[in-house]
Write a protein that binds this ligand. Structure first.
Ligand code: F6P
Length: 532
């Protein structure tokens, strides 16, 4: 087990970095750094599995970079990483392991695992095989024309991102719908377009208690049973079970709740898979139905390759580690409060939303593992949109606004469409923007002046394939974990989301009864207004 002294501010390198920041970091000029070092691009770029990363346009030099590496070493980052890969209970506040990586671990490499994990791996592959066989059966069933994923957070964003990103691989003879919000406009719009006898609903929820998902699932079930004439008493239970078997499938670690709901087909997963790390589990069924079993396995293989890189590459060459160290440098020394994700590929349009949950739910914490208040900032705001559109919206602020916001470009070398001229323009824009953030524009005209020296990272995939998508997402998972480990926080719990859920349970009946007793003035006022 790692120690509680592995917090970054307790490492000797922390004060060295403070000193370096004062002496050089604060004033580091990227334009000068490139002018003085012809090898800077080579020095600060890395090839990881499926992902090339140019980190050279960040506000570091060799000495700062070395001190950051030393920080990782002193914080026992390698030991913390190894603890996760050994299946230790790194999610200490919930007493659980964090083994999303095991979901993509090849069956054939079981002998390299600790003996205690081998039966767990066998179970993982049993469920995976069954789920993929089912996915293939659905794919080849012409009578199922629509598949609806009902889930939220990690039970929605991963499948949604992947189905969009892998569009050229998707079987378009079926339609794929995602319903996440409890806002009934969303579900009713989808239901309007469905024929019940041709629809498969996937109810994706780790806990099978999430209010949004259960509300949507119950409404969808009742809509379905109503349409086929089976809603209400008396029902023929055998017929209902048969219909449920064909038209509803539960993806959950709470089999009892799924059975209670009426699901007769369930693909399980385990409490050691965090919701935001779960797209590799049965939560990925929608992906497997859309792109097929073989490609789902390729997605897992890409992620596994990145797992191996994170496990084995030295700290200096380890991409998740390098990106996590830049996160610390940006957040804790430069004080940058947000990070923009700029995907230059329409297939990655949900990547910012996916990363928002991954990074902010994981590292949006203000106490360390021991519950002590941290004296430094943690997760910045992560935000973004497909950048080709963002350029015509908020990039103005990124170039000339008063805040410096590090950029993260994600581009793809080869397009999977054949429309002439488009992709080269897209790539030119990605390069030009990264260049503009760094170079700025020096002019006497204060309105046209652009300060430049704004840091960015540039991630490049050869092509957006199941393998590269898997590797990209695993890269981000490990980067988030590494930053969390350096900050000394538990990246795997999310207690902060609970209070709002509890209060909503209290308020819901008050909206009907009007009872405002014990409420604050504002909530009581809004309640009255909603009831008037
Ligand atoms: O409310 C936050 C959260 O618990 C996320 O961590 C999770 O991804 C999401 O809700 C959905 O949870 P579940 O899969 O249990 O429905």
């Amino acid at each position: 087990m790692t120690t509680l002294t592995s917090r970054c501010d307790r490492a000797p390198a922390w004060s060295l970095l403070q000193d370096l920041y004062e002496r050089r970091g604060r004033a580091l000029d990227l334009r000068e750094a490139f002018a003085q070092d012809a090898g800077r691009f080579q020095r600060f770029s890395l090839q990881a599995p499926q992902v090339f990363a140019d980190l050279s346009k960040n506000l570091v030099d060799v000495e700062i970079n070395d001190a950051l590496t030393e920080l990782a070493r002193q914080c026992e980052l390698e030991a913390q990483r190894d603890a996760m890969f050994a299946g230790e209970q790194v999610n200490r506040t919930e007493g659980r392991a964090a083994m999303h990586w095991l979901l993509r671990y090849p069956r054939g490499a079981a002998s390299a695992l600790p003996a205690s994990l081998r039966p767990v791996l066998a179970e993982v592959h049993t469920v995976l095989d069954a789920m993929l066989a089912y996915a293939e059966a659905v794919r080849t069933d012409p009578d199922i024309t629509d598949v609806v994923n009902i889930g939220i957070g990690g039970s929605d964003l991963g499948p949604l991102l992947a189905v969009q990103a892998l569009d050229p691989y998707v079987d378009h003879r079926k339609r794929y719908h995602f319903v996440s919000s409890v806002d009934g406009h969303e579900l009713s719009a989808v239901l309007r377009s469905l024929r019940p006898e041709r629809t498969l609903f996937l109810v994706a929820s780790k806990t099978f208690t999430t209010m949004e998902t259960m509300t949507n699932a119950c409404t969808a079930r009742d809509w379905f049973l109503g349409k086929i004439g089976y809603l209400g008493e008396p029902r023929n239970p055998a017929d209902v079970a048969r219909y449920m078997e064909r038209h509803f499938c539960a993806l959950t670690s709470n089999a009892a709740a799924a059975a209670e709901f009426g699901a007769t087909r369930t693909f399980p997963f385990w409490d050691w898979v965090g919701g935001r790390y779960s797209m590799w589990s049965s939560i990925g069924l929608m992906i497997a139905i859309a792109v097929g079993a073989e490609r789902f396995r390729a997605l897992l293989a890409g992620a596994h390759a990145m797992d191996q890189h994170f496990r084995e590459a030295p700290l200096e060459q380890n991409l998740p580690v390098r990106m996590a160290l830049l996160d610390i440098w940006h957040r804790n020394f430069h004080g940058f409060g947000s990070r923009n994700i700029a995907p230059y590929h329409s297939g990655l349009s949900r990547l910012p939303a996916y990363l928002q949950q991954l990074a902010m739910e994981s590292n949006g914490k203000r106490v360390d593992m021991a519950g002590e208040t941290l004296p430094y900032a943690t997760a910045p705001v992560v935000w973004g949109e497909p950048a080709a559109n963002g350029q015509h919206a908020y990039f103005q602020m990124l170039h000339q606004g008063s805040d410096v916001i590090p950029m993260e470009f994600v581009a793809v070398k080869h397009a999977l469409h054949e429309l002439p001229g488009h992709h080269v323009k897209l790539l030119a824009n990605a390069l030009a923007q990264a260049q503009a953030f760094m170079q700025g524009r020096q002019t006497e005209d204060r309105h046209r002046h652009m300060p430049g020296n704004r840091p960015s990272s540039f991630l490049l995939l050869e092509s957006l394939t199941p393998e590269s998508l898997g590797a990209l997402i695993a890269l981000y998972e490990h980067r988030v974990f590494a930053a969390g480990a350096l900050w000394g926080i538990n990246s795997f719990d999310q207690f902060g989301v609970e209070l709002g859920k509890v209060l909503a349970l209290d308020i819901e009946p008050r909206l009907a009864s009007g009872d405002a007793s014990g409420l604050d003035g504002s909530t009581a006022g809004l309640l009255a207004r909603l009831r008037s």
